[in-house]
Design a protein around this ligand. Structure first.
Ligand code: ZN
Ligand code: ZN
Length: 334
């Protein structure tokens, strides 16, 4: 099969490699669509630990084309979305944390390739009418669902989301399902602001506007927001959002912050206002439930462009620019 092998920094090479051999409980998936993720960009920039040579790609969908000896042949032909890890359900992390942190997990092979091999339980059948594009967004959506489910939504909260990239948008769609007073999205890119608005944000604001702070103050009636979600991964934005919270407000960290970054917040304020800060990383226990939840969201319009496997560098560059929304690769399209 053809695979795009990452050789370090921004070097990728198309290589012809053998399709990995199926173990008893595994399935082989022909990859239809795989999303580019900020993490892939960070890996090529040396900002996220990973060692080459390696096949990257962890947000994907496809069709089961072969199964191991212990898996029912009926699974062949199923349209699936693929989880990057499996879980045992019995280890201390599965029992006390989440199944996405399983200590005995088996990883799927990278999806920037024509085929990927994984534990059968990692390949989740998708609803009949769901496109492979939308199914490939299950992984980021599961992270946002898991994060937004950590928040308490009582007394019709006012919500502020900073950042309207794919993670901000997915969080937006999930919080709009709750009984809330209003949602404000802060985003400097006008294209992204227009997407946020078209998907139901009550207000969209540009952080570079002169009256930005007054606007937020007005919307939150001088009291502050009940809930704030940081969906960028910049400590100064986390800090800013926390300063916009009312007493007993909740802040959710969806954005991935750089290693060793520090929170420069007034701790007296934190203590005095009884602020709750929630870290949120990964799919939690939500991956399998996510396809059904996102099926109604019309996520097709979030896919800005689909590239061929050979065009991976362009796809990474587009993602790094932070302009469109989601970029994908179709490894089996020529
Ligand atoms: Zn990802
Ligand atoms: Zn486990």
């Amino acid at each position: 099969m053809k695979a795009s092998v990452w050789l370090g920094e921004n070097k990728f090479e198309i290589q012809e490699i053998n399709i990995p051999k199926l173990a008893d409980e595994q399935v082989l998936v022909k990859v239809e669509k795989v999303g580019l993720c900020g993490t892939d960009v960070h890996i090529t920039q040396g900002l996220y630990p990973s060692s080459p040579p390696k096949i990257l790609g962890h947000e994907f969908s496809g069709v089961i084309v072969d199964v191991g000896s212990k898996i029912l042949k009926d699974r062949i032909g199923q349209r699936v979305t693929c989880n990057t890890t499996s879980s045992c359900g019995n280890c201390i992390n599965c029992l006390n944390w989440t199944i996405s942190r399983c200590l005995n997990s088996e990883k799927s092979t990278g999806a920037f390739a024509e085929f990927s091999l994984m534990h059968s339980s990692s390949a989740i059948e998708i609803p009949k009418k769901m496109s492979f594009e939308v199914a490939a967004m299950t992984e980021p959506a599961a992270c946002c669902l898991s994060g937004t489910e950590m928040i308490e939504y009582k007394d019709k909260p006012k919500i502020l989301i900073i950042g309207s990239g794919i993670m901000g948008i997915l969080c937006q769609l999930f919080v709009l399902k709750k009984d809330i007073d209003c949602l404000v999205v802060s985003e400097p890119n006008s294209f992204r602001r227009s997407i946020a608005k078209s998907l139901g944000a009550n207000y969209v604001v540009d952080p570079f506007d002169n009256n930005y702070h007054e606007k937020l103050n007005e919307i939150s009636e001088g009291i502050g927001f009940d809930i704030f979600i940081e969906a960028v991964g910049k400590p100064e934005l986390l800090n800013e959002g926390i300063s916009k919270l009312r007493p007993r407000g909740q802040a959710l960290m969806i954005g991935v912050h750089p290693r060793e970054s520090k929170l420069n917040s007034d701790l007296h304020d934190f203590h005095f206002k009884e602020i709750k800060l929630l870290g949120a990383f990964g799919r939690g226990n939500y991956f399998n439930k996510t396809p059904e939840k996102i099926n109604e969201f019309n996520l097709e319009k979030l896919v800005t462009k689909t590239y061929k496997l050979e065009e991976i560098n362009e796809a990474i560059e587009s993602t790094a620019k932070g302009e469109g929304m989601k970029y994908m690769i179709a490894p089996n399209e020529r």
